[in-house]
Write a protein that binds this ligand. Structure first.
Ligand code: PLP
Length: 359
């Protein structure tokens, strides 16, 4: 059997969720499991978090229905609300909560002939300028929704940060101030924090937090932080050495001969490539753990394989274990070497790589 797989530690997932709970001790938690739980398997992750999270959050109704089919009974928040009036009926039937971000959605909801009440959050644009109503429009919408018989009260007021992961905290502080100003006199429950804000912006915890990437053990912060250091990697992407060769100084390795040996070198070939979710953009020098030791990627990433310079790693053999990212090598480090972020590498893991769950 091909030795390439991704192990998902459900105990690490739970530990990370408990860390979010501890940091935002007075807030409820909407655990974000969109994009197949950032590539970790939405149903399995949601079930493992059912006693830690209050509700789950996803990007669209198909993801919410998948959770219901898997037996998840908690409310599920649709982070972009409904995409059509038909989805309102499904949301009503399945207890999906709607994050309303547009006038159109609000009109559709007000016109909806509901059998029961629906739970909605209202998204206010405080500076991200992607989704949400500007404060004046949001005020009018809040009043209308407040008078709507089929909308549960109170309505949660939500916003999303553009730069909570940055060292400069000023833009986030401004967004927090904007939301407080909007909520003055309303005293509505609020939700602001993604993972970065849970870790680094205590003032933003509010009534509901929405952790995503931190549940999976990766820190979104662009700087090191003591809480982020407590996160445990959930996915370990592993493979093994399938070939070894010694090459002379001056020989090249891989497609396009992009890497050349500047000394006699030992090259290990590993059975994972971009077809397995390892980023093709990863440059020579990207760390790979072979037998628990760091070795540099050399040459281009192929579809099914990578090549690594193991000249300085003793005892590398065919079958030696390899960690591409995981416990000992943060996925964010690999992402940096590929000009991207951990979110992208995790969410685009292909079905070709089997997920194996452990506790
Ligand atoms: C994806 C998402 C989150 C989670 O963000 P992380 O950075 O992964 O913690 C929170 N809120 C909204 C609205 C989202 O779309």
């Amino acid at each position: 059997m091909r030795p390439t797989n991704a192990t998902v530690s459900l105990s690490a997932l739970r530990a990370n969720a408990l860390l979010a709970r501890r940091l935002a001790a007075n807030s409820k938690m909407a655990a974000v499991v969109k994009a197949n739980a950032y590539g970790h398997g939405a149903a399995r992750c949601a079930r493992a978090l059912s006693d830690v999270a209050d509700i789950f959050a996803v990007a669209c109704i198909d993801e919410a229905l998948e959770l219901r089919e898997a037996g998840v009974t908690e409310p599920v928040l649709l982070l972009e609300g409904h995409f059509s009036p038909q989805e309102l009926a499904l949301s009503e039937a399945h207890d999906f909560w709607l994050m309303l971000h547009s006038e159109q959605q609000i009109q559709q909801l007000l016109n909806f002939r509901a059998q029961q009440t629906l739970t909605v959050w209202l998204k206010v644009d405080t500076g991200m300028h992607r989704l949400g109503l500007a404060p004046a429009a949001a005020n009018a919408a809040y009043q209308q929704l407040g008078h709507c018989k089929h909308v549960n009260q109170p309505i949660v007021i939500a916003t999303h940060f553009a730069s909570a992961d940055h060292r400069n905290t000023e833009p986030t502080a401004r967004q927090i101030t904007q939301l407080s100003a909007f909520n003055a006199g309303k005293q509505a429950p609020v939700s602001l924090s993604n993972s970065a804000a849970i870790l680094a912006h205590t003032a933003a915890h509010g009534d509901w937090v929405r952790p995503g990437i931190m549940l999976y053990g990766s820190s979104p912060l662009e700087y090191s932080h003591p809480y982020a250091n407590e996160l445990r990697a959930v996915m370990s992407f592993r493979s093994a050495v399938i070939a070894i060769r010694d090459i002379a100084k001056g020989e090249s390795v891989g497609y396009g001969a992009s890497w050349r040996a500047d000394r006699p070198s030992r090259i290990a070939t590993i059975a994972a490539g971009y077809g397995d979710g390892y980023p093709r953009a990863a440059v020579s020098g990207t760390p790979v753990l072979v037998n628990g030791r760091t070795a540099p990627l050399c040459g281009r990433v192929s579809m099914d394989m990578i090549t690594v310079d193991v000249s300085d790693c003793p005892d590398v053999r065919i079958g030696s274990p390899v960690e591409l990212w995981g416990n000992h090598l943060p996925v964010s480090t690999v992402a940096e070497h590929a000009g991207t972020i951990a979110y992208e590498l995790l969410t685009r893991m292909p079905g070709r790589v089997p997920l194996q769950y452990e506790y």
